[in-house]
Design a protein around this ligand. Structure first.
Ligand code: THU
Length: 135
């Protein structure tokens, strides 16, 4: 993706972070995903007093797109934003969800306090993935 588009997507991830419901961790995360038709969906982390019920920002965004009717493998790029000094990597549950709904070479953009962006990919985040056998 072009640099400007990456920064715009990251901006959206930062913006939606404001909607994070994270009273237990006080750790706000936002994610923005661009679809193959350039539509953008966003998601924030939504926690629960029963901690296991928490939904990460990445999954919030991906599930929102799927719920809106988008099919698997129509995600063009993912941006994740936190308030961390270093790059904030997606958790392993979100990585597995990315494997299900993204292509291996789908770019995942991470950022950190100094606003720099690290580009990784689903394949790089999950090199030896358990993938659907198209059951
Ligand atoms: N979290 C995310 O939303 N995405 C990540 O990639 C890492 C972790 C959330 C889950 C929880 O609400 C909080 O951050 C602390 O783990």
């Amino acid at each position: 993706m072009e640099t400007n588009d990456i920064y715009l997507l990251m901006q959206k991830a930062h913006e939606v972070k404001e909607n994070s419901y994270s009273p237990y961790s006080n750790f706000r995360v936002g994610a923005a995903i661009k679809m193959d038709d350039d539509h953008i969906f966003t998601g924030a982390n939504i926690e629960n007093v029963s901690f296991g019920a928490t939904n990460c920002a990445e999954r919030s965004a991906i599930f929102t797109a799927l719920s809106a009717g988008y099919q698997r493998k129509t995600i063009k790029a993912i941006a994740v934003a936190g308030d961390t000094e270093d790059f904030l990597p997606p958790c392993s549950i979100c990585r597995q969800v990315m494997v299900e709904f993204c292509e291996p070479d789908t770019p995942v953009y991470l950022t950190r306090e100094d606003q720099s962006i690290l580009t990784t990919s689903v394949k790089e985040l999950v090199p030896f993935a358990f993938e659907t056998m198209d059951m």
